[in-house]
Design a protein around this ligand. Sequence first.
Ligand SMILES: Cc1ncc(COP(=O)(O)O)c(C=O)c1O
Length: 527
Amino acid sequence: MEANDRPVEPSPAVSTDPAAAGAPEAWATSVLGPTGDLPPEMFREAARATADVMADYLRDVERYPVLPRVRPGELRARLDGTPPEEPEPLGKILEDYRASIEPNVTHWQHPGFLAYFASSGSAPGILAEMLMATVTANAMLWRTSPVATELEGVVVDWLRDGLGLPADYDGLLTDTASTSSLIALAAARETARPGATADGLAGGPPLRVYASGEAHSSIDKAAMTLGLGRAGVQRIPTDSEYRMDVAALESAIAHDRAGRWQPCAIVSTIGTTGSTSVDPTARLADIAAREGLWLHVDAAYAGAAALIPESRPLFAGWERADSIVVNPHKWLFTPLDCSLLLSRRMDRLRESFSLVPEYLRTVGESTSGRDYSEYQPQLGRRFRALKLWFLLRAFGLSGLRERVRWHQAAALALAARVDAEPEAERLAPVPFSTICLRWRPERFRGRESEPVVAQALDDLNARLMDAVNATGLVFLSHTRLSGRFVIRIAINHLRTEQRHLDTCWQLIVHHGRRLGAELEVSSPPSG
Ligand SMILES: Cc1ncc(COP(=O)(O)O)c(C=O)c1O
């Protein structure tokens, strides 16, 4: 067993019981007063104690295994009980949080979190979240929070400029890329079928959205939600590097036009979830223009790389899109949730979602302020602009670029280690900061396509990933590419350092060799 191949023990729960440190503070032992809340001075003390819990967590998070060692249902059984009839003191609740809740989250803030795409929350973003909760502004209308609305315009422009996009893009902040793509495709639907928002889709040919076989499932969910159905998404095959095959797209559109379908939109993914491949966006923009289709770009993860001028060639053509999604909560260190939806057709977004009941109409004063709830399905909306305002100012674009550049360089360096290891196989290019690989013992080289070997390699890699994750030091996730089980290492966490990547690689090599040596595969019958 190598030095790093040790299970992690959770830290002993640190007591937040003020009695343990001397005289109990009033906030910790009192229950809420007659107003139903803490008086401000007690709130101050409680907030300080909570801030200590937060700072301790961020300092000590590596004491926890990234994945908590619990079975489904175990926590429910522990936390369940009768509803609390009598008020309990906040000190006790905070103590229970520390003992039962904090250890049992999956630790997204752990620097060994290399699974999916990490959402890591930076200090400026966390502090802004605290203030957002403090003012509890609902940014649904301009008048329900003028500064939330106007600040949103400011940070949308700042980020757009930082990403190198033209000034005629406007936009809004949503919770997730799934919502952003839903809004974009609703606008595409309204453009393809004017009046669809009011009248529905009955009576016309069914609409079709084109996305690659590697596009995110949120596109299908948007189509399901918008009444296009899953059949309304035509998945286009990809080439050997998992990019949309342009010829296949053109023939799918022609085939649909000749048949019963009405083409509606093309989705280009820049940074697919599986392999982070890049669709040929400029060529898709040509087709969208020629065919009169909406072009939506899903750059939920990879969009952050556009902050870096050297990476911009990967984004060529996105400046011609009708809508673009980039998630600050993926690679820009913003605590979940925060997704940026940009569009130069804001009128279409509004046509798709504007429905203002009488009680929400602003009367008795003239306002040209924007009511963002007219651009999204939900009415209520969080003051997400505050997070981005804190983040963009505290890091500066230069600080964000520095982190993203480091992630990209670290990924290339790790990819080089994978390439130099004869028993490891890299299964996709690394345009951004994610590496796709599998372990393939030397003796199976050249036999990968034999079904029995292919199955054995899939099993080996699933067990390898489990073994690495069981150490608690890092957390990896997988995908399938060309039918093969693939381990992904996504490097986009604010706190990941080189030592975590070294540990990750040592663990892969150690368990890969161990499991590879044990692997038995019967030879196919000869003749
Ligand atoms: C390319 C891409 N698009 C969309 C999504 C969905 O993101 P969200 O969870 O913000 O809806 C993901 C999630 O990883 C993604 O990788």
